[in-house]
Design a protein around this ligand. Structure first.
Ligand code: PMP
Length: 305
């Protein structure tokens, strides 16, 4: 993949990758004033399909609403621009990053007088936590950094500034030799990874932290709840204490970037059989069968470009 040949959608026009720049005194640079999405497209024998495009665009607008960032396009226009970005770059399976931010204007904390810019980029991106992790599981640690309380940063907004908190956890995880961090919420219960939701398997039943544990309302999380239900598994959304992570039969992450990534150790303790468990494998393979059009897309999740 050659980024010099790529085009980026910027405020309604395609520009060369190298020209997709902003002023260093833009509001977003100083205060993190952005909301964004992470979306994947998958290529299969029917073409290239964006996974749950409508839901991602909806969440982008929801995030913008929370932070009073008026997006100067309709949801349909943004959805079409996302597809066009994949088309123009002749990408097959790829990762797509739409971002809405407050640009160059006044430099006080007040964002309301700054212009709103919209950028969409797309590129080839393989497994977020590595191919080997997808097959054998990753090693993670519970972070000493917690997710913010609900009256500090709204977890349902996927905004740039939230990821300063995620970065603290991710840096700590890397320094401790882990692949990824798991964070607790402000009350001490399990929340999510630095960029993933989390599921546990206990005696064949799936458990995931309820919304309200300062976690993002993950679109993959929602997809996996539906897929697991259709496979006949019970799924319980609830409050989960840290030690249940250690005692679970299986634990796995879900996310657009991470897809379905099994976890083999947490804080140095082996989880279950110490590699991808049978239920994680079943759910992972069903997820890929859907996006690769090997089984029917009965949920209507694939939006062909
Ligand atoms: N939590 C966080 C903090 C994330 O950044 C992501 C990735 N968007 C997720 C969960 C998973 O969400 P989704 O499945 O919608 O990608």
């Amino acid at each position: 993949w050659d980024d010099t040949a790529s085009k980026v959608w910027m405020d309604g026009e395609f520009v060369d990758w190298k020209d997709a720049t902003i002023h260093s005194l833009s509001h977003v640079v100083h205060y993190g004033t952005s909301v964004f999405e992470g979306i994947r497209a998958y290529s299969n024998e029917n073409g290239t399909a964006v996974f749950r495009l409508k839901e991602h665009v909806r969440r982008l607008f929801d995030s913008a609403k929370i932070y009073k960032i008026p997006i100067p396009y309709t949801e349909e226009e943004i959805a079409e621009a996302i597809k066009e970005t994949v088309r123009v770059n002749d990408l097959k399976s790829c990762y797509i990053r739409p971002i809405v931010f407050r640009g160059y204007g006044e430099l006080g904390v007040n964002p309301l007088n700054c212009p709103v810019n919209v950028v969409i980029a797309a590129w080839d991106w393989g497994s977020y936590l590595g191919e080997e992790g997808m097959a054998n599981g990753v090693d993670i640690g519970v972070s000493s950094w917690r997710k913010p309380a609900p009256d500090t940063f709204p977890a349902m907004a996927k905004c740039g500034a939230n990821y300063m908190n995620s970065q603290l956890a991710k840096i700590e995880a890397i320094e401790h030799g882990y692949d990824e961090a798991i964070m607790l919420d402000y009350t001490g219960y399990v929340s999510e990874g630095s960029g993933e939701n989390i599921f546990l398997v206990e005696d064949g039943v799936l458990h995931t932290p309820s919304l309200g544990s300062s976690n993002l309302r993950g679109i993959t999380r929602d997809s996996i709840i539906k897929v697991a239900g259709d496979l006949g598994y019970e799924v319980i959304e609830e409050t989960i204490s840290r030690e249940r992570l250690y005692l679970a039969d299986e634990v796995f992450f879900t996310g657009t970037a991470a897809e379905v990534t099994p976890i083999r150790t947490i804080d140095g303790k082996t989880i279950g059989i110490g590699k991808r468990g049978p239920i994680a494998e079943k759910i992972q393979s069903t997820f890929f069968e859907i996006v690769e059009a090997k089984i029917e897309d009965k949920y209507g999740w694939l939006d062909y470009i």
